[in-house]
Design a protein around this ligand. Structure first.
Ligand SMILES: [Zn+2]
Length: 72
């Protein structure tokens, strides 16, 4: 029970608990990285230069994302 009415959410990317407040600018994500991963921008940034011909979908299958999240 939260007597102080603090709201917690789970980061959609890594499931880490995040305090829902102005102290968490990336909520409901725990960090900017998790936010970017969810949006797909992270993969785009990392691979844009090296793998121009590979689509984002090819780089990040659902299985890859699940594996990544599990390592936290
Ligand atoms: Zn996260």
């Amino acid at each position: 029970m939260n007597k102080d009415n603090t709201t917690y959410v789970n980061c959609p990317t890594c499931q880490k608990q995040v305090v829902w407040s102005k102290d968490s600018p990336y909520r409901p994500f725990c960090s900017k990285r998790c936010q970017l991963i969810d949006l797909g921008d992270w993969a785009t940034e990392e691979h844009r230069i090296a793998d121009k011909d590979i689509t984002e979908q090819d780089l990040w299958s659902e299985e890859d994302l699940t594996d990544f999240a599990g390592k936290h």
